[in-house]
Design a protein around this ligand. Structure first.
Ligand SMILES: NC(=O)c1ccc[n+]([C@@H]2O[C@H](COP(=O)([O-])OP(=O)(O)OC[C@H]3O[C@@H](n4cnc5c(N)ncnc54)[C@H](O)[C@@H]3O)[C@@H](O)[C@H]2O)c1
Length: 318
């Protein structure tokens, strides 16, 4: 069975590729990035806007994961027009190429942010998303709607996965876990807004990748699943976890930020029942693995000046 992963050189996509390859699937990656080719994988280095190459890449493909996107919300805010082109038109291009090539299943990587405007503290897949405020979420929800139309109009099987906030090896440096770890490695104090009681659920990226693989199951045909973390983690706990693993690090509490939201609980019960999926890696273990990865691969990049040199060198040799 041949599986295509768009965005397969990215943070989440690369872990999905690893898990698929470990299961013995024949994996093909479609990505714009000039990254190195993962072992045992075919690579198409092209854009979602290149419909001809997309068409060729779909040849002989049975199922595909569509994860390529402008995924950093800051990039979306900086250039909404480009984000729309990639996240919306790009999805349409993928669906259309898949339809024409006779691909059986498209699994789309969406976000739990589609619930942002829903009332109440607890949401699940039966909760209808309301029109989003954020442009990024608008592009993701639009793509979900395109998946639904292709399913209804052309019988293309689709599965929509709504991811929580992933963390772990290969993460971008701009997420809160990555930022706290990098600050700690540079010997800088960690600043928590307010009393730090605002919570999020974080999903360890390899657990998330496993959920993606399980979504190939026939039960997941034309279904939507939330894939979110199991533990509620407060911002204060993130700082304390980083302190336990890398400390002693000073933690200071600043004023609350206006508009900080208390957090919405997203249920992943459906994925547990229908796909036997649940996260296995605890938050602390996930942070430990992230630090290990950072030390192995990236330590030099977290330097923010001479003040941190000793700490970085210590981290590299530890
Ligand atoms: N990281 C998160 O917090 C998060 C949360 C929920 C959902 N998602 C969704 O998961 C998916 C993967 O996100 P990620 O965090 O791995 O992002 P990422 O930026 O690490 O990976 C995205 C990949 O897409 C590729 N790409 C971008 N534009 C492309 C184009 N025009 N043509 C071909 N490839 C292109 C990039 O080169 C990159 O390798 C995205 O669809 C994102 O919206 C991410």
């Amino acid at each position: 069975m041949r599986i295509l992963v768009t965005g397969g050189l990215g943070f989440i996509g690369s872990h999905v590729v690893d898990k698929l390859r470990d299961r013995g699937f024949n994996v093909r990656v479609y990505d714009l990035k000039n990254g190195s080719k993962p072992e045992g994988v075919e690579l198409y280095n092209a854009s979602l806007l290149d419909v001809e190459t997309l068409r060729i890449a779909m040849n002989g493909v049975d199922a595909l994961y569509h994860l390529a996107a402008v995924a950093d919300v800051n990039d979306v805010v900086a250039d909404p027009s480009y984000a729309e082109m990639i996240n919306v038109r790009g999805t349409l291009n993928v669906l259309e190429a898949a339809r024409r090539a006779g691909v059986r299943r498209v699994i789309y990587g969406s976000t739990t942010w589609v619930y942002s405007e829903c009332p109440g503290d607890l949401v699940d897949e039966e909760t209808s998303p309301l029109p989003p405020k954020h442009l990024y979420t608008t592009t993701k929800l639009t793509s979900e709607l395109y998946c639904r139309s292709y399913q209804q109009m052309y019988g293309l099987e689709t599965t929509i996965l709504r991811y929580g906030i992933p963390f772990g090896p290969r993460a971008r440096g701009s997420t809160v876990v990555a930022l706290f770890v990098q600050k700690a490695l540079c010997g800088e104090r960690l600043t928590v807004a307010g009393d730090g009681s605002q919570f999020r659920k974080f999903i360890y990226v390899e657990d998330l990748a496993e959920g993606n693989v399980l979504a190939l199951h026939s039960a997941a045909r034309n279904r939507i699943y939330n894939l979110d973390g199991a533990e509620k983690i407060t911002i204060r706990q993130i700082a304390e976890t980083v302190n336990r693993l890398l400390g002693p690090i000073a933690i200071e509490f600043g004023p609350s930020r206006p508009g900080d939201f208390g957090g919405k609980e997203v249920s992943s019960e459906r994925a547990k029942k229908e796909l036997s999926w649940s996260p296995r890696v605890s938050f602390e273990e996930g942070v430990r693995r992230y630090i290990e990865w950072l030390r192995r691969n990236n330590a030099a990049q977290v330097s923010s000046g001479w003040a941190s040199v000793d700490r970085i060198l210590a981290a590299r040799t530890a």
